[in-house]
Design a protein around this ligand. Structure first.
Ligand code: AMP
Ligand code: GLY
Length: 432
């Protein structure tokens, strides 16, 4: 089979890694890819946001499957365009991608289908938003969200009316996120523990994937700025069987049935950000793609062939593929460029990769890397590597991951030292 993966980050290296292991994949390409994907697939120099270029390329190549990594091309309709060419595609249509592409759509969808989520209001007008945010009846803290895609930066947690008004006017005026902020959602602040929930769907059938936890802040102890994610582990220490069943019944089932009923059947992976509140699990957000770096711990845990699952999601046959998970844990530690998520340098030479890659149960996923002219691997982004280790449990996987991280170096490298530490501590408590 001839397969194309779209994207060039750690998530896409993990997808390429998983597909590379499938006995049925004969040609594997990645557009645009990175230094990691180049080692096991052929990189195609088309950026992930060049939908016209990607569609033209795919039309000429007659792929058996196109796997779309990031949300941008999905929201822009790449799955619909490839579908018109009869190319099987893993990823939702533009209509179904609105689950991530428009917070207003997703909140109103949840309201229509009684899916538990924070109470909310929608504003398009600055004066009306200001009046609401300054009203004595409005409860603080609250959350202000840009409607459209804002590269993970469009959510502001506001403790005071002043912060909320600043965020709302910055968005509604178009100053902060352009068109994506011209409509906003103002919602109730939920409290509890956050967890990531992943399912595959083919429009009709649903497969639950393994659970995981991510770490969003830049520094140890959840300090510092928000990032795309500094590490992950799987399985989650917080999503027990009973909670997972509640999520499947109260959130996943009505979501998939609702999309089907509204004429936008959901195909692909649905990544649901959940808050485990005292009143039960509630939806924080939907994403229409795999998470990054969640993918780097989910994919290695499947006891099977990802090609079969991704193809079945594209073709509507998910009910025919058995799914089993390895009885092992995975931990991924992100190694980032100094300064990330603020400004950072590029082009530093990365040492120690060969040794780390040769480690037992260690997979070094590349994110922001590129091959230098001398053939060396250089940094080229904020999040540079995702070092994943498998182990018999979280503490074991965590030790292995950090041993591998210690052997990789470049000028200015930074990482968190506490990925999976809270899970390891929770496990200790359970054992005592
Ligand atoms: P989102 O992009 O909607 O997931 O928001 C990004 C992050 O903001 C989430 O992972 C949460 O940490 C936080 N967040 C979003 N909405 C809420 C909410 N209603 N209550 C509390 N935290 C939230
Ligand atoms: N790690 C969070 C995300 O991919 O959205």
């Amino acid at each position: 089979m001839k397969v194309l993966v779209i994207g060039g980050g750690g998530r896409e290296h993990a997808l390429v890694w998983a597909l590379h292991r499938s006995p049925r994949v004969t040609t594997l390409r990645c557009a645009p890819g990175n230094a990691g994907t180049a080692a096991i697939a052929e990189n195609v120099a088309i950026p992930a946001d060049d939908v016209d270029g990607l569609v033209a390329h795919a039309a000429g190549e007659k792929y058996d499957l196109v796997v779309v990594g990031p949300e941008g091309p999905l929201v822009a309709g790449i799955a619909d365009r490839l579908g018109e060419l009869h190319i099987p595609v893993f990823g939702p249509s533009a209509a179904a991608s609105r689950m991530e592409g428009s917070k207003v759509f997703s909140k109103e969808f949840m309201a229509r289908h009684r899916i538990p989520t924070a109470a909310f209001q929608v504003f398009r007008d600055e004066a009306e938003a200001r009046e609401h945010l300054l009203s004595e009846d409005t409860v603080y803290p609250l959350v202000v969200k840009a409607d459209g895609l804002a590269a993970g930066k469009g959510v502001i947690l506001a403790d005071t009316p002043r912060e909320a008004v600043d965020a709302a006017t910055g968005m509604l005026s178009g100053r902060d996120f352009g068109a994506a902020g011209r409509t906003i959602v103002v919602e109730e602040m939920l409290t509890g523990t956050e967890a990531s929930f992943f399912i595959l769907a083919d429009g009709d059938h649903v497969v639950e994937l393994a659970t995981c936890q991510d770490y969003k802040r830049a520094l140890d102890g959840d300090q510092g700025l928000n990032t795309g994610g500094m590490g992950t582990y799987s399985p989650s220490a917080f999503l027990d069987d009973a909670t997972r069943r509640t999520v499947m019944d109260t959130i996943v089932a009505p979501t998939i049935a609702g999309m089907q009923a509204e004429g936008a059947p959901y195909r692909g992976v649905l990544f649901i950000g959940i808050m485990l509140t005292d009143e039960g699990p509630q939806v924080l957000e939907y994403n229409c793609r795999f998470g990054d770096p969640e993918t780097q711990v989910l994919l290695p845990r499947l006891d099977g062939d990802w090609l079969e699952l991704l193809l079945a999601s594209a073709c509507g046959t998910l009910d025919q593929v058995p799914v089993a998970w390895l009885d092992q844990a995975a931990v991924c530690v992100v190694m980032a460029a100094g300064g990330y998520p603020g400004s950072y340098g590029k082009g530093a030479r990365i040492d120690g990769l060969d040794r780390a890659d040769a480690g037992d149960g260690i997979i070094v996923f590349h994110a922001g890397t590129a091959l230098g002219e001398d053939g060396s691997v250089r940094t080229s982004g904020g999040r540079v590597l995702g070092v994943t280790a498998m182990g018999r449990d979280i503490p074991d996987a965590r030790n292995r991951a950090y041993r591998a991280v210690a052997g990789i170096r470049w000028e200015g490298e930074q990482h968190r030292n506490d990925i999976g530490a809270d899970a390891a501590a929770t496990l200790e408590e359970i054992r005592e």
